[in-house]
Write a protein that binds this ligand. Sequence first.
Ligand code: UD1
Ligand code: F6R
Length: 371
Amino acid sequence: NKGNYEHYMQKEIHEQPESLTTTMRGRLIRGGSCKAKSVLLGGLKDHLKTIRRSRRIVFIGCGTSYNAALAARPILEELSGMPVTMEVASDLLDRQGPIYREDTTVFVSQSGETADTLQALHYARENGALCVGITNTVSSAIARNTHCGVHINAGCEIGVASTKAYTSQIVVMAMLSLVIGGDTISNQARREAIIDGLFDLPNKVREVLKLDQEMKDLAKLLIAEQSLLMFGRGYNYATALEGALKVKEVALMHSEGILAGEMKHGPLALVDENLPIVVIATNDACFSKQQSVIQQLRARKGRLIVMCSKGEASLVSPGGSSRVIEVPLVEDCLQPVVNIVPLQLLAYHLTVLRGYNVDQPRNLAKSVTTQ
Ligand code: UD1
Ligand code: F6R
């Protein structure tokens, strides 16, 4: 049921304040006078010791689910102090990459049925690793075959392009990081700030959804482009990859997410006054580096669209030289949840304006059950 919406993708983008609330329900503990704020993930509590004792954590997934894990990697590394590596499921299988008994492998999948991810799960089990699932579909193959896990509870996702599952996956993996990190005194202030940020996140997503018309206007400007680049780094490298994936899969426009730190190692050659480039430059520890990327792109007359934190347009677009998308500032590790929303809206409007099928893009299936 699409309710008042024209398409499922549109409905699923707009229901993110609610889906995120459901994802967190019963899992965040407000704390009190003598009790600290904390997180409870029922599906993991009996396995935390094993996870903390493992030698590394390996995230495994495909497409959007892989991107969600990439967005969560920095906070998991920071809070757990453990090495966290990333595997695209098909590539792990192609290489028969090393997975050991001492590893914790985390399988991220909305459908819980993706063939490559499921195959990688069988492979990790055979190698003796602890297998954790992050899934949206209760009793799916991945949920059933993992040793333990967390349901993201985002509700059924019907549009082929994953939207609300992506943001709920990131929130679950942020909660996972808090749980694995434990409650050491040294990171208590950081933990509490993230938990407060989680409580307030649905409101911030509600606020960023107000950019809908602005994104439609931007889509009108980009409707006839051949290509769109997206530059991100740090927490928002994943945002660049995921924004580009949305644009290519539904709007059928070439789009590429680029790690801004790699700019001078090739992508800079593409920059001219015609190619549109989205630069994600919200305020976090990478901000000054991203400002210098903007300067260098501008020096080559790059056609920039800059995403920045509210009130900081003048820091990224001196004299109003580029178009800006201002988004609310949240805790750095939660910023990818806010930042992806305008890009989801952009991909949606581009698709509708270009006259393509937004809920069922050509050649794609919701769940990829063959290899
Ligand atoms: C569970 C109940 C929820 C109830 C809550 C109350 C289910 C599905 N969930 O939620 O309805 O409100 O207790 O305390 O009954 N699991 C995997 N792999 C996965 C995902 C999950 O093995 O990919 C396992 C978990 O380890 C756990 C079970 O499935 O044993 C349920 O997981 P989850 O729904 O996340 O647990 P709770 O949030 O505790
Ligand atoms: C993109 C998209 C795909 C899926 C991928 C993995 O919008 O939907 O890239 O993310 O096929 O699917 P799941 O998460 O079901 O394993």
